[in-house]
Design a protein around this ligand. Structure first.
Ligand code: FE
Ligand code: FE
Length: 321
């Protein structure tokens, strides 16, 4: 397949993270370095810090209040997860078994570093001085980083940072347990901020377009590995089971509840701005509730994981996430 035959991401009508078919044909061979250079040139053309130049954070996001607090919490948390993901990818680049996967994960490493950067810049554009950004981020997400992200990071390091690194386990960690599990929240973020904070939504959309590629190629790498090494299936299923078990033990639900309650309180203050904007077809964002938005994310998570596991050839899992 040539580059010209591969569909390029576009700024509009981009594939959604929850569209199960969006990433169906992606492989590390297709998403090679040249593809990546063309794709990001196309998707980020003209953008500065991840969004249209001059698109300012609206005034209602700069005023103290729950809407601003919801956004600060969300973007500080995401900047932190992206930074950790970039570091995890360094191990995948280091241990990739062939050129195509090495190159692909090298592009993903830069993507994740870029995501962390644009999320951090969004915090600066929301008025946090650049000089105090690290300290403010630690204040905002420090507890959540320690309670949620550190255990996940340790789980991943146990796979990839040892001398006989488990490369494919590290790919599964990203595709099913880490990024894969966070993708529904990323999709929700893009949709939630579209009206309230257009630059934030553009930043989130740009990251999500990359995520479609990451999850698609990651799933393909696992699928091909299992096809070549069917005896690995049991071990990898057990790994996924352990990862999903860990997720269930982490205080992720309280984080989502806090985030959505702040958003709800902010939405109540600024509801008129939303008009008839729909979160999903037929459902106005202004009418949604905390429970509904969390339920929607859980539903997307189940669906996406189910589809991805089937595609990888890893069915027969008994743990619900
Ligand atoms: Fe990312
Ligand atoms: Fe990613």
């Amino acid at each position: 397949m040539t580059l010209a035959m591969v569909k390029q991401p576009e700024k509009t009508h981009s594939p959604s993270l929850i569209d199960g078919l969006a990433d169906a044909e992606l492989t590390p061979e297709i998403c090679n370095l040249e593809y990546w250079l063309q794709a990001i040139r196309c998707s980020l053309r003209g953008y500065v810090h991840g969004h249209t130049p001059g698109l300012a954070v609206p005034r209602h996001m700069l005023e103290p209040g729950p809407l601003r607090e919801a956004s600060l919490q969300e973007f500080a948390f995401r900047a932190t997860t992206e930074q950790m993901t970039a570091r995890h990818l360094s191990h995948l680049v280091r241990t990739a078994p062939d050129q195509a996967t090495m190159d692909f994960f090298a592009t993903q490493l830069i993507d994740e570093a870029r995501h962390a950067d644009v999320f951090r810049w969004h915090l600066v554009e929301m008025g946090i001085p650049r000089a105090t950004l690290e300290a403010r981020m630690a204040e905002i997400v420090g507890n959540k980083r320690d309670a949620i992200l550190r255990p996940l990071e340790q789980f991943a390091l146990d796979l990839v940072a040892k001398p006989d690194a488990d490369f494919i386990g590290g790919v599964i960690f990203l595709t099913v347990i880490g990024e894969g599990a966070l993708a529904p929240a990323a999709e929700m973020s893009e949709r939630k901020w579209r009206v309230f904070d257009p630059p934030a939504a553009e930043i989130a959309q740009g990251a999500n377009m990359d995520e479609v590629r990451h999850l698609g190629v990651g799933a393909e790498v696992v699928r091909a590995h299992i096809e070549r090494h069917p005896q690995e299936r049991g071990r990898l299923l057990e790994l996924i089971q352990r990862g999903l078990q860990l997720w269930q033990e982490l205080p992720i639900l309280p984080l989502l509840i806090e985030r959505e309650m702040l958003f709800q309180a902010g939405m109540e203050q600024h509801r008129s701005l939303l008009g008839d904007y729909e979160l999903i077809p037929g459902r106005r964002l202004a009418d949604t509730t905390v429970e509904e938005r969390i339920g929607l994310q859980a539903h997307w998570a189940d669906e996406m994981r189910g589809q991805r596991l089937v595609r990888m050839g890893l069915t027969g899992l008994t743990v619900a996430g």
